[in-house]
Design a protein around this ligand. Structure first.
Ligand SMILES: NCC(=O)CCC(=O)O
Ligand SMILES: [Mg+2]
Length: 353
């Protein structure tokens, strides 16, 4: 049964003496509800706020012109040709979203075992970075570094005898980071979870004079079922063989997340990320408290899909669930959130004043 959502309950005419007027009033000195009695009072004691500055908006790219293609498992999210991505970058600017993130759907004919397209300076991501920076140099652009959108097997690294090779992969990731940075990307975000990649990328950037390019490390990235719709969006769902548990983290662990984050900071990460988001808010809190670094969380595709699908079925008030889920990241200590809800949330934040 669909649930109907009315206006929030606000008592219009509250008698100021109603509790003493009750014959069996409890003898309470402390009544926490006093601070919740009206919206102005709640605003006064509110501990956390979400603003548009907290949002990073991930966009999916596809080859072509004037093309928008709905991602079936992510209602409201499209794959965009580069010209349309430029339009969305403009929308992000108007919505005062500081940064967008770019993810390509690579044509299957361009995917191979080695993910060669990742290091093509003219690949879809690099084309989009150049086009967006040309029109809107003031918006931040984050580029993911990992091979999964480019490999025929859907893994983030090179494979030999069924093993994901660490050091050989890192060498390719450095080249991928360099083509993206040279195209004009502001933040390199390695999401591959190979050991030592942050140091290698930092060294590569510095050696090429790209000293100001930041690194946001997907430092604690878990092997998660919540990435399902993303793999649909970038077209790796069908091709992925096996799972990613030899490089992404085990969802049972949090101490290990701290060790991963510590390493990435030592290797030169400017910002760190925990991913997925909502099922790992405890990790966000521990990371923030332990390292006091700029800490981000990724509200991943599966988290988005759950809320969007339930809302479309009338089972949740989608707008309220969206805002509540985003605020949860702030409460957990995150400095910002990568979220597919970013434009919708920003619109709501700006119209609320
Ligand atoms: N490296 C980026 C992702 O894996 C995103 C996952 C998602 O949104 O599910
Ligand atoms: Mg690591």
């Amino acid at each position: 049964m669909a649930i109907k959502y009315g206006r929030p309950i606000e008592l219009r005419e509250v008698s100021r003496r109603d509790s003493t007027a009750v014959p069996h009033a409890l003898d309470l000195t402390v009544r926490p509800r006093r601070n919740r009695k009206a919206e102005w009072a709640r605003r006064m004691v509110r501990e956390n706020v979400l603003t548009t500055d907290d949002l990073i908006w991930p966009l999916f790219l596809i080859d072509g012109h004037n093309k928008r293609e709905q991602v079936a498992s992510m209602p409201g999210v499209d794959r965009l040709s580069v010209d349309q991505a430029v339009r969305e970058a403009e929308r992000a600017m108007k919505l005062t979203i500081p940064c967008i993130a770019l993810f390509p759907y690579t044509d299957p004919s361009l995917r191979d075992e080695e993910g060669s397209e990742a290091t093509n300076p003219d690949n879809l991501v690099c084309q989009a970075v150049r086009a967006i920076k040309k029109e809107f140099p003031e918006i931040g652009i984050l580029c993911d570094v990992a091979l999964d959108p480019f490999t025929s097997h859907g893994h983030d690294g090179l494979i030999s005898d069924g093993r994901i090779l660490n050091d050989e992969t890192v060498a390719v990731l450095v080249r991928q980071a360099l083509v993206q940075a040279e195209a004009g990307c502001d933040i390199i975000a390695p999401s591959d979870m190979m050991d030592g990649r942050v140091a290698a990328i930092r060294e590569g950037l510095d050696r090429n004079g790209l000293l100001d390019v930041q690194i946001m490390a997907y430092a604690a990235k878990y092997a998660s079922a919540f990435y399902g719709p993303f793999r649909d969006a970038i077209g790796s769902a069908k091709t992925l063989t096996g799972d990613k548990r030899t490089y992404q983290m085990d969802s049972a662990n949090t101490d290990e997340a701290l060790r991963e984050v510590e390493l990435d900071i030592a290797e030169g990460a400017d910002m760190v990320m925990v991913k997925p988001g909502m099922p790992y808010l405890d990790v966000v809190r521990r990371v923030k408290d332990t390292f006091a670094m700029p800490t981000f969380a990724y509200q991943v595709s599966g988290e988005y899909a759950m809320i969007a699908a339930a809302a479309n079925n009338g089972w949740l008030d989608g707008e309220r669930a969206m805002m509540e889920s985003l605020l949860a990241f702030k409460r957990a200590g995150a400095d910002g959130v990568l979220s597919y809800f970013a434009p919708k949330a920003a619109e709501k934040l700006l119209t609320q004043g």
